[in-house]
Design a protein around this ligand. Structure first.
Ligand code: SF4
Length: 370
């Protein structure tokens, strides 16, 4: 087993966390059928601690895997068709797909072709990712991705390098040719040293210099009724294995916005999932905290559930100053430190607090929560 430091592990390269190994699962086109859902939830319960993250890359992450359990888990994921049997190809399959794709549409067509041609890509830095966002309007404009095929404002598809506002028109059927060519240019022009396309400030080759903006974006998928079925909110981006299995009445689409779309579903009460797009828990980021993370000195998620209804705007509760759950500023940010809580406003975890060193009763009193 080879370990990867950083935040882009895959199934063949798990990452060590406080509760064991993290094994990332990248379902093809972000869709898992019912049999795969049941198999994955069984495998997460047997080889992990039964907790599964829905990540901001629209992947799943099986938590708490033991060193002995890792190999049988990966073999199960390969047999389910959720992991590539070739570790080199799996490492290249960092692909985010607009979740509302339909069979045979531009998003599905381009994504399937790219998955079939991964061997043609050069060796790229570990964090490089691809975005295929070719529906009638882009949905993934706010999501990270170095090489992007998107719907352009002119109605056709464009290839856009991350960090550049404009993209270049691509010929129908040649989109993946252009994307692979840009990846080779990135490496040949020294991009690997920069690590990400947005940090690589070399001038693009003439053929990739575009003048077409992406089309106006549509809003992300929210919890509630959806044209494909029903979208459930996933509080804190974490779901228990039995809950995942309960969704297996249809295929499930993963989104990067802490929602899961269950195809053909009418919406039903499911423990641990949210129906209401206005549920205050959908405005909360909270890392696992104490006791799951060894760096945490405070509990986080029960606290977040208790105070979320009393907070306007985004709430971030972080077990320590590292701020794993949210890298941007929240309206209210509570950070654990030495077993006590610091509060900051419009801030990230660990920012200078407006009140520091509070115990739980003092914190709740400060927030007016009784
Ligand atoms: S923010 Fe700190 S406590 Fe929370 S998961 Fe990250 S390292 Fe652990």
């Amino acid at each position: 087993m080879s370990m990867v430091k950083g935040w882009c592990p895959d199934a063949w390269h798990p990452m060590a966390a406080g509760d064991g190994l993290l094994v990332r699962v990248r379902p093809p086109l972000g869709r898992i059928n019912a049999a795969q859902l049941i198999g994955l939830s069984e495998a997460a319960a047997i080889h992990g601690n039964g907790l599964i993250d829905l990540t901001s890359r629209a992947n799943l992450q099986i938590r708490g895997v033991s060193e002995q359990g890792w190999r049988p888990l990966v073999e199960r994921l390969v047999s389910l068709g959720l992991t590539n049997a070739d570790p080199r190809m799996e490492a290249r399959r960092s692909l985010m797909v607009a979740p509302e794709w339909q069979a045979g549409d531009d998003t599905a067509r381009v994504a399937e072709e790219l998955i079939g041609r991964l061997a043609e890509l050069p060796e790229l830095p570990a964090k490089i990712g691809f975005v295929i966002d070719a529906g009638h309007a882009p949905q993934l404009i706010g999501e990270a991705g170095d090489f992007r095929i998107e719907r352009g404002a002119h109605g056709g598809l464009i290839l856009r390098a991350d960090g550049r506002a404009l993209g270049v028109d691509v010929i129908v059927g040649r989109e993946v040719d252009a994307l692979i060519a840009l990846a080779h240019w990135f490496v040949a022009s020294g991009g690997s040293a920069a690590g990400r396309m947005a940090r690589h400030d070399a001038r693009l080759p003439d053929w990739a210099e575009g003048h077409i903006a992406p089309a106006s974006a549509v809003i992300p998928v929210r919890a509630g009724a959806h044209p494909l079925g029903f979208a459930y909110g996933v509080p804190f981006g974490q779901i228990e294995a039995p809950t995942l299995a309960e969704l297996a009445t249809g295929a499930v689409r993963l989104t990067p916005w802490r929602t899961l779309i269950v195809e053909g579903d009418a919406g039903r009460p499911i423990r641990g999932l949210l129906h209401d797009p206005l549920d205050p828990l959908l405005r909360v980021d909270a890392c696992p905290g104490k006791p799951r993370c060894p760096q945490a000195s405070v509990e986080t998620r029960l606290l977040a559930q208790r105070i979320a209804p009393h907070v306007d705007g985004r709430l971030h509760v972080s077990g320590c100053a590292k701020g794993c759950a949210c890298a941007t500023a929240a309206h209210l940010c509570i950070t654990g430190r030495d077993g006590h809580y610091d509060i900051a406003k419009n801030a990230k975890a660990g920012s200078p607090p407006v009140r520091a060193g509070m115990d739980m009763p003092a914190l709740l009193a400060y927030l007016g929560v009784y």
